[in-house]
Design a protein around this ligand. Structure first.
Ligand SMILES: *Cc1c(COP(=O)(O)O)cnc(C)c1O
Length: 404
């Protein structure tokens, strides 16, 4: 077993060797521009792009013509939100999203608010779930778009896409789904779920970075969006610019592998994730699961460890690559806005760890991680007087501190 161990698969994933192999010829022999119509270099590239378009579309039950290639899910989210808001602004000026969406959605919404649009941010309960009645009640005759993600990238909670899609359809509102963490890990079918626009990206499904897709429904209803990048009219005029052919081919291969192996692979990943959770919670107390216990991304485990300090925790498990719910590694001390939206207190948010299990993780790595986490938490708690009190049954929150 090699260290460091990679358990941060929600941040990005290793490119599958089969994906690399599919991409390689498109850097060398088959380097053509897919828009070149006059020679074989262009034709070969175009054919490869169209095959990939079908593979990428199939992953969400879409038609190939409904897929627009972008630079990634951030761009797709921007294009969907800005594109719908601008195109349908005569119809209405209101968008609905939730407080725990990805920053690519939230920051775009904030920008749209500055441009005069109105945004409702749905709150979530302590598991990260929205209330469908609240969603429906938030819709007005000025609402043009609902934007809710498939699986949350921090806490793994899934939104009920089919129910959301049904509500959106009933009210004639478009439904955009940031499906970046969902594709391949849960069933996503744009027809069954009435999804009108969807964002996803190759590098979260063992493909290369810098290539993503925006699904834009073409019929029932035909969705129109204003472009955010202007130029030669590529990608139905929605997204101009020379296509990233090697990236697109890699995305196509990654999607094909996910579609074929996803269901079995997810069982294996879920089993590893559960092994990790059980291994940790069997040995140490005062560990809290963030997010929903069942309605959850199979590879996601987000735990808060009471009575340890986040920074020390990360240093203690420094041969394991994970993410932390505290941003104290960066300049601010702001804890994760997602955990805060669940009502997790600052202390527990700061001591939270996001484990993201993926395709290339092994049982051996999981067991090593369990040992390291248990060792580190035990060692840190040996130095914590609060932990001692808690073990004796004292409710720490009830202590009246003598502050001077
Ligand atoms: C990673 C991620 C993104 C951003 O994708 P990029 O391709 O890196 O721009 C957007 N949304 C979610 C939910 C993500 O996990």
């Amino acid at each position: 077993m090699k260290t460091p161990i990679y358990l941060d698969n929600h941040a990005t994933t290793r490119v599958d060797p089969r994906v690399v192999e599919a991409m390689l010829p498109h850097f060398t022999e088959d380097f053509g521009n897919a828009a070149s119509r006059n020679h074989a270099f262009g034709w070969v590239a175009e054919e490869a792009v169209e095959q990939a378009r079908e593979q990428v579309a199939a992953l969400i039950g879409a038609g190939a013509k409904e897929v627009v290639f972008t630079s990634g899910a951030t761009e797709s989210d921007n294009a969907a939100l800005v594109g719908v808001a601008e195109f349908y602004k005569e119809k209405g000026d209101h968008i609905i999203t939730a407080t725990i969406e990805h920053k690519a959605v939230l920051d775009t919404c904030q920008m749209l608010e500055q441009r005069g649009f109105r945004v409702t941010y749905l709150e979530v309960d302590e598991k990260g779930s929205i209330d469908l009645e609240q969603l429906e009640a938030a819709i007005t005759d000025k609402t043009t778009l609902i934007s809710l993600m498939a699986a949350n990238n921090e806490i793994g909670t899934l939104h009920p896409l089919k129910e959301i899609g049904a509500i959106a359809r009933k009210h004639g509102v478009l439904f955009h789904c940031d499906a970046t963490q969902g594709v391949g890990h849960q069933k996503i079918d744009v027809e069954e779920m009435n999804i009108d626009l969807a964002s996803y990206t190759a590098h979260k499904i063992y493909g290369p970075k810098g290539i993503g897709a925006l699904y834009v429904r073409r019929r029932k209803p035909r969705v129109r969006i204003t472009p955010i990048i202007y130029g030669g009219g590529h990608e139905r005029g929605i997204r101009s610019g020379t296509l990233n052919v090697p990236g697109i081919v890699g995305f196509g291969k990654a999607a094909e592998l996910m579609l074929a192996d996803g269901p079995t692979e997810n069982q294996r990943i879920r089993a590893l994730r559960d092994r990790l959770r059980e291994g940790i919670t069997r040995e140490i107390d005062f560990v809290y699961l963030n997010g929903h216990a069942e309605f959850r991304h199979p590879g996601n485990l987000n735990l808060s460890f009471a009575f340890v300090e986040g920074e020390s925790m990360l240093m203690g498990i420094d041969d394991i690559a994970v993410s932390s719910g505290s941003a104290c590694t960066s300049a601010s001390l702001e804890p994760s806005y997602v955990l805060r939206a669940l009502g997790v207190g600052d202390d527990l948010a700061h001591s939270s760890i996001r484990f993201g299990v993926g395709r290339f993780n092994t049982e051996e790595e999981i067991d090593h991680t369990i040992r390291r986490v248990v060792e580190t938490v035990s060692r840190l708690r040996d130095m914590s007087p609060l932990y001692e009190l808690a073990q004796e049954g004292v409710d720490i929150k009830s202590i009246q501190w003598n502050a001077h």
